[in-house]
Each structure stands twice: as structure tokens, then as C-alpha cells.
Design a binder for this molecule. Structure first.
Ligand SMILES: Cc1cc2nc3c(=O)[nH]c(=O)nc-3n(C[C@H](O)[C@H](O)[C@H](O)COP(=O)(O)OP(=O)(O)OC[C@H]3O[C@@H](n4cnc5c(N)ncnc54)[C@H](O)[C@@H]3O)c2cc1C
Length: 305
């Protein structure tokens, strides 16, 4: 089967019977916020943890996990091997005391809404961060002074062999937009702690953050949010502005006029346009400010030949 797909991996085995959805040569542009990305050899949405473990135990190709694709720039040549996407209902959502147990496929906005319904505070900042809980855990997503690590009690992970373990927060080593856990671990879900608060107070905080975000960011554009990490306490957008990059273009890609740390697929941009634009921004910031910006957006896959 892998040979048919063009994956000539020596030890590749045939796929077993799976309950989830399998697709071949699936275009990643259908699964990313930028709307770019070439094909993945195999695209798999597991039905449950057992299904995922079975899949991992029967393949011997590189595996990339994809959440909602709101922080990835997948190159035009696509991804070799398999892409695993945990569907929305993977793992569910429930309350236990003042904690919420949620699956990694749950959208952040659904988690924040569930917390509001349960009168649990601490999740407000997640309402406006596009993506899934899995992506938020990998990126240690955060906004307006809050990060997911602040509410994390434990995280459930699966390694490349399909073995599951529960990791406590103090063993998890999350820092600014970074997670030191092994790259090939798949987050299955997390237990996140809340603080009881009246629903109207939680709703007011969510509305305040939403208003703030919409006034400053092109939230509805084809973008992946902040392209580069802030440098110590200096916001990356300030350096980008200083380097005169606001509105800079490459092909169909543009540096947002509204928030210049956001790159936008404005007009049928390719991943190459977006990456080249990002690299040009890096170069101009280095020339103007002497600072090397580090990509926050994860660049994955290979260039088109
Ligand atoms: C308009 C806009 C605003 C944004 N604002 C913010 C913000 O305020 N703060 C912020 O932190 N981010 C922000 N982002 C970026 C993005 O929303 C976050 O990084 C989000 O957490 C990504 O989640 P995702 O599910 O889309 O992950 P993806 O983009 O699909 O993946 C991101 C990374 O996580 C990995 N990953 C995904 N799921 C799993 C899993 N289950 N197990 C292991 N690894 C996994 C992927 O392999 C990849 O390396 C913004 C993006 C947009 C488009």
C-alpha cells in the first residue's frame, strides 16, 4: 500500500483495519488557516485512543500531528508520511470538581464556553485563540498575561509506539510559546483547573478580551496570528514596524497593516510566498534593529520541486 502511495520506506507495513477516517494524498491547504500546504501521503482522524495506538503501531513513516492548522505554515510540496488530526469529539469534555477534563481535539472556544457554562474562571483567554486544545498545549498558547500552563494540572500523552502516560504540570516544562516535551508525543487531552466565579463576570472578561483582540488583529483573515515570537519584553510587531515592513508584499502574501506581526494570505499566496515574506521581514529587522526574530509559526514539510 505504501509503495502505491509513493512511500518507499523499507519497513513500511500495510495499514490495519481502522475505525477512523483515512485519506490519501490529502491537500493540507484544506486544513490550514493560511489555506496553503501541499499533500500529505496519509491523513488519519482516529476514532479513539485505541484506534490511534493501532495506527501508530502499524506505520513506520514520519508522523505530523495537526490541530486546526492555525499556527502552521505547511510548504507547497506537502508532508511525507502521515498526518494525524484528532477530531473535535476526541476525548470529550467533562467537569470534575473545579477542573475540566478535555480531549485534545476540542476547539479552545468550545472549552472556554463550557467553562463559562460551569461558572469556572481561568479559561477566558482561550476563547479568542483559534485552534484546538492539543495545539494550545504544544504551543503553550497564551494571551493578555495568561498561558495554558497556568491552568494545567496534567496532560495525557501518547508516544510514537502508542503507549499512554499522564504527565503532571511540574514535569511538563512549558515556557513562552514552547513545550519541551518530546516532539513525537501526541497530546490526547488535559486536566485544567478552574476557579469558581459568577457566569456574568466570566462573560464580561471574555467580551473585554474579544473587543481588545478584534480592535488590534485581523482576526478573520487567512493568517496564523503572530508570526514571530516577542524578544524578551519587546513585542515583535514593534521591531517589524521599526524596520518598515508594514504592508510589505511577496506574491499573494502581505504583512498585515492592522497588526504587522501577522502575515496574511491575501490573494492566492503560496506557502513559498508566505515563507519568503517572513524571511524578508527577518532580514529587514536584523538590518534595522540588530535582532534575529524567531518564528513562532511552525514551518513544516517540503518545498515544491
Ligand atoms: C487570528 C489568530 C490569532 C491568534 N492569537 C493567538 C494568541 O493570542 N496566542 C497564541 O498563543 N496563539 C495565537 N494564535 C496561534 C494559534 O491559534 C495557536 O498557536 C493555537 O494554539 C494553535 O492550535 P492548533 O490546534 O491550530 O494547532 P496547529 O496549528 O494545528 O499546530 C500547532 C503545533 O501544535 C502541534 N499539535 C497540534 N495538535 C497537537 C496534539 N494533539 N499533540 C501534539 N502536537 C500537536 C502541531 O504539530 C504544531 O507543531 C493565533 C492564530 C490566529 C489565526
Amino acid at each position: 500500500m505504501f509503495e502505491k502511495l509513493g512511500i518507499h520506506h523499507q519497513s513500511a507495513k500495510a495499514l490495519p483495519e481502522l475505525k477512523g477516517k483515512v485519506k490519501f494524498n490529502e491537500m493540507m491547504s484544506h486544513h490550514t488557516r493560511f489555506g496553503v500546504g501541499g499533500p500529505a501521503d496519509i491523513y488519519f482522524e482516529p476514532a479513539d485512543e485505541k484506534d490511534l495506538a493501532t495506527f501508530l503501531q502499524h506505520i513506520d513513516v514520519p508522523v505530523t500531528v495537526l490541530g486546526a492548522g492555525s499556527n502552521v505554515l505547511i510548504r507547497d510540496g506537502g508532508l511525507v508520511g502521515a498526518v494525524v488530526h484528532l477530531p473535535k469529539n476526541f476525548g470529550g469534555l467533562s467537569r470534575q470538581g473545579n477542573s475540566i477534563i478535555c480531549g485534545a481535539g476540542i476547539p479552545n472556544a468550545d472549552l472556554a464556553r463550557f467553562a463559562l457554562q460551569n461558572e469556572l474562571s481561568g479559561f477566558e483567554f482561550l476563547a479568542g485563540i483559534p485552534g484546538t486544545v492539543g495545539g494550545a498545549l504544544r504551543m503553550n498558547a497564551g494571551a493578555y498575561g495568561f498561558e495554558i500552563k497556568d491552568i494545567m494540572e496534567s496532560v495525557r500523552v501518547m508516544d510514537a509506539k502508542g503507549a499512554i502516560q499522564e504527565i503532571k504540570t511540574d514535569e511538563a516544562f512549558l515556557s513562552y510559546r514552547n513545550n519541551a516535551m518530546p516532539d513525537d508525543w501526541i497530546f490526547l487531552g488535559a486536566t485544567l483547573k478552574g476557579t469558581p466565579k459568577k457566569a456574568d463576570e466570566i462573560a464580561a472578561k471574555m467580551a473585554e478580551l474579544k473587543q481588545l483582540r478584534e480592535s488590534r488583529q485581523p482576526v478573520w483573515a487567512k493568517t496564523c496570528g503572530s508570526t514571530f515570537k516577542n524578544v524578551m519584553d519587546v513585542p515583535a510587531w514593534k521591531l517589524i514596524e521599526q524596520a518598515g515592513c508594514r504592508g510589505l508584499r511577496r506574491g499573494g502574501a502581505v504583512v498585515s497593516e492592522k497588526h504587522c506581526n501577522f502575515l496574511i494570505n491575501d490573494d492566492h499566496a503560496t506557502a513559498e510566498d508566505l515563507e519568503q515574506l517572513g524571511m524578508e521581514v527577518q532580514k529587514r529587522v536584523l538590518d534595522a534593529c540588530g535582532i534575529q526574530l524567531e518564528w513562532e509559526v511552525k514551518r513544516l514539510g517540503q518545498k515544491k520541486k
